[in-house]
Design a protein around this ligand. Structure first.
Ligand code: HEC
Ligand code: HEC
Length: 458
């Protein structure tokens, strides 16, 4: 495994593909050069060095498949030319670039490596090294985000975890399950700004996020306070407002249940007591990791099915990745804060969400700062995914916006600063985005094509 991480030829081919992924997710989105807007030139330079490297393999590749070598060079060169002739940041057609040049070049470089007899790299990472493009439905490996080898998912763990997710047995009063707030019919949210506490006389601290694709993050919760889904379950079950349960009590109850005992035994056949605190958390974590699904109309379109999006929706994607800057925080293709192309760091940002939709005051929830008093963390919240966003209203950590139109209006004005809130450390660009009503409509139309709830029925 260590040897695999060294720089050999398979790693060179892999690095070329990662560079393509970087260009299509960050480069053309203006992540590196948000002000100068010379992103297209930089992206062209990155692809040129890649093409140079690829051409070094001309002899061995042409010997095996002349046509493959020639078409790879051609696609790379055409991509570079496209970037050089369409330099205007706002009007650049990202969708055309990705589908005509980005995806074909990563797939052709992949095939070239196989042709030269190189196997895909075998060490585990979030983005599977055998995914031809960044947009394959199985491109990501949620098991990467587990603490150890034995935490990885199996069919039996997922089945047990699913049952536990829907079972009120975990809560202190036996009346609440995970699904009370994470309701599968609402893409695992509850439609409320904030859920009532278990005692019913107050509300929990934050809006309920979806758990669809929640496994594809390197940190969890709005303040990134948990690293692994296994830790997240402890937090929720023992939280006196959410479930007011105790894991040791839940474990005792489950041990007395013959049905659960046998499910635990099947899921954890190793030595030791099958019904344990850790096994319970690992089963629920495995179930959530199984709720990964990247087959929205958008995904199908980038894979080549042009019938999936209208011209307006494609314009919406281009604005999202360009003029509106959304893609510099909600990164494609997961559309969350998990940074490509490594996907090992989930970012928090300061955008300045106010206390209420009509208020010019910042929320009293300070996000990450409430955990660690560093100025940098004041009002910093994890960038959530916008996959399934059409189904998970209301929005933001405090659930203040009821519609995507309100969210777009917030961004168009420049976030919290634009609303007159004084924020020293806002990471969202301050400038008015100047999106026309039609542009805002197009972005929303695109966001609505990020829905895929097929994992609910699993
Ligand atoms: C009372 C409603 C409620 C119940 C019950 C509940 N959750 Fe949550 N869940 C929330 C809220 C609110 C958050 C966000 C909290 C935060 O970010 O501080 C959350 C966050 C999460 C997250 C993190 C998602 C992300 O993207 O960071 C996961 C995973 C999760 N819950 C799973 C579960 C599981 C599993 C259970 C059952 C053991 C459960 N929840 C029970 C309300 C609830
Ligand atoms: C500087 C980084 C950044 C940029 C740029 C950005 N976002 Fe966000 N977005 C965030 C963060 C952080 C949150 C969570 C904030 C909170 O809850 O306080 C968020 C929340 C959201 C939500 C609510 C998600 C939910 O589940 O409640 C939507 C929708 C959204 N953003 C869409 C967009 C769109 C559309 C754009 C482009 C117009 C955009 N974002 C640009 C960082 C960013």
């Amino acid at each position: 495994m260590a040897a695999e991480r060294e720089m050999g030829e398979p790693q060179v081919f892999d690095a070329m593909r990662l560079e393509v992924f970087r260009v299509i997710t960050m480069g053309i989105a203006g992540f590196d050069a948000p002000v100068a807007q010379n992103s297209m030139e930089e992206a062209a330079a990155a692809l040129s060095s890649l093409a140079f490297l690829y051409r070094l393999y001309e002899t061995p590749l042409s010997r095996k498949d002349k046509a493959l070598f020639a078409s790879t060079v051609k696609v790379l060169n055409n991509g570079i030319r496209y970037l050089r002739t369409n330099r205007d940041f706002n009007s650049f057609d990202r969708m055309a670039f990705i589908t005509r040049f980005g995806n074909p070049s990563s797939a052709l470089i992949y095939r070239s490596a196989r042709l030269l007899g190189m196997a895909p790299l075998s060490f585990r990472r979030p983005l599977r090294s055998d995914a031809e493009t960044l947009f394959e439905s199985e491109a990501f490996d949620p098991d990467y985000y587990t603490a150890s080898m034995d935490a990885r998912s199996t069919k039996e763990k997922v089945a047990l975890g699913k049952r536990l997710f829907y079972d009120p047995v975990l809560s202190g009063n036996g009346k609440r399950s995970c699904a009370t707030c994470h309701d599968p019919s609402k893409a695992f949210t509850d439609g409320l700004p904030k859920s009532p506490t278990i005692s019913g006389n107050r509300f929990v601290r934050r809006n309920t996020p979806t758990v669809l694709n929640a496994g594809l993050q390197s940190a969890l919760f709005y303040d990134n306070r948990a690293t692994y889904l296994e830790d997240q379950a402890t937090d929720v079950i023992s939280n006196k407002d959410e479930m007011h349960g105790s894991l040791p009590d839940a474990v005792e109850r489950l041990k007395r249940d013959a049905n659960y005992s046998s499910l635990f035994k099947a899921a954890f056949p190793g030595p030791g007591e099958p019904v344990s605190d850790y096994h319970l958390r690992n089963a629920i974590g495995s179930y959530i990791r199984s709720l990964t699904s990247l087959n929205s109309p958008f995904d199908k379109y980038v894979r080549g099915d042009k019938s999936q999006l209208t011209a307006g929706e494609v314009r919406g994607f281009n604005l999202y990745m360009g003029k509106a800057k959304c893609g510099t925080c909600h990164f494609a293709p997961l559309f969350n804060g998990n940074v490509p192309p490594d996907f090992t760091e989930t970012e928090t940002e300061v955008i300045g969400v106010p206390l209420s939709a009509s208020s010019g005051k910042i929320d009293t929830d300070k996000g990450k700062y409430d955990l660690r008093k560093l100025e940098l963390y004041r009002d910093a919240f994890r960038t959530p995914t916008v996959r399934n966003i059409a189904l998970t209203a209301p929005y933001m950590h405090n659930g203040i916006y009821k519609t995507l139109e309100e969210v777009l209006d917030f961004y168009n004005k420049g976030g919290g600063s634009g609303l007159g809130i004084s924020l020293a450390n806002q990471t969202l660009p301050f400038d008015h985005l100047q999106l026309s009503p039609r542009e805002q409509k197009d972005i929303i139309a695109f966001l609505k094509k990020l829905s895929d709830t097929s994992a609910v029925g699993r």
